[in-house]
Write a protein that binds this ligand. Structure first.
Ligand code: ZN
Length: 301
């Protein structure tokens, strides 16, 4: 008796803009304990995080905790605002030092990345991109973001990657919508993310029927973006998550369009003969992010 009670635990926090998932695992990807709650203001939300972890920390069982946070976040360790949520549209969270606050309240070693990098690391460690290097994870939902992992580490340079804001051809014949990005109007995110669908159709994009011809245009926009990432980053696998990719019929249209757009130029077997294993959905479902955060915590060992 008590065997499980004595085990050391790694923690993960998926700090999302709409919900937080906190979890503890002794042998991930199996989770020993988990809780999910809605994101409210920073004080209330972070006190719920602490309430979940504190009993286990008091027992001395928590080795480290990873945080995968909504953003934009500052992930440059040399920056004065490292660990901050910065210019988010969620005003209560603007300039919140989430890493510093959690470090103060939890007092265990913490790892920190953007939420999309957490999902990428989760899928690379235990999911659809397991052991495949380099890999690209993209989320297409309320926003569009991505994380490119080289040797399992998210690429960042001057800033993190901004995969949602690249320019792609705008199909003006069939899609006269001006675009929804406040910075670039018809960039990829401005044309293809959830708010762009909502702005086009009045109702939420998720009410659009699967048969609606717009999905062909949506898939084309995604395919254009993927072709650019393939040509520039050359990932060995692309994982597409996020709310819009719940429409699983999009995968086949995207794969076909990617192959057509590349037109035989990239002579990779993955693309020519095995594209259904090249452009894939996540394997960890709603747990990609929190499991990635746990993997980040393990890497601190
Ligand atoms: Zn933009």
């Amino acid at each position: 008796m008590g065997d499980m009670l004595d085990r050391e635990l790694y923690g993960g926090i998926e700090a999302g803009g709409t919900k937080f998932i906190c979890a503890l695992a002794s042998q991930p990807p199996h989770l020993d304990y988990e809780v999910t709650f809605q994101t409210s203001d920073p004080v209330e939300t972070l006190s719920r995080v602490q309430a979940f972890f504190q009993p286990f920390i008091d027992e001395g069982r928590v080795k480290s905790i990873g945080i995968a946070a909504f953003g934009p976040v500052d992930v440059d360790p040399s920056s004065l605002t490292y660990g901050y949520i910065t210019a988010t549209p969620k005003l209560a969270w603007v300039n919140t030092n989430i890493l510093g606050k959690l470090h103060q309240s939890l007092g265990v070693p913490l790892a920190f990345h953007a939420d999309v990098s957490g999902s990428a690391i989760g899928e690379y460690t235990w999911g659809a991109a397991r052991g495949i290097d380099p890999s690209l994870y993209l989320t297409i939902g309320t926003g569009i973001g991505g994380s490119f992992l080289l040797h399992g580490e998210p690429h960042a340079g001057m800033t993190a990657l901004e995969t949602g804001h690249i320019r792609i051809p705008h199909n003006l014949q069939q899609d006269a919508f001006a675009g929804a990005c406040p910075y670039h109007q018809d960039c990829f995110e401005g044309l293809a993310a959830g708010p762009a669908l909502a702005a086009r159709f009045g109702a939420r994009g998720e009410l659009l029927a699967d048969e609606d011809p717009f999905w062909q245009i949506e898939a084309e926009y995604i395919a254009y973006a993927l072709v650019n990432y393939i040509l520039i980053l050359s990932p060995r696998i692309i994982v597409l998550g996020g709310g819009i990719m719940q429409r699983s019929f999009l995968f086949d249209i995207i794969r076909r369009r990617v192959r057509e757009l590349l037109n035989g130029y990239i002579q990779a077997e993955k693309i020519l003969e095995d594209i259904e294993h090249y452009i894939v959905p996540p394997a960890l479902g709603r747990y990609s992010g929190v499991l990635g955060a746990i993997a980040m915590a393990q890497r601190l060992d």
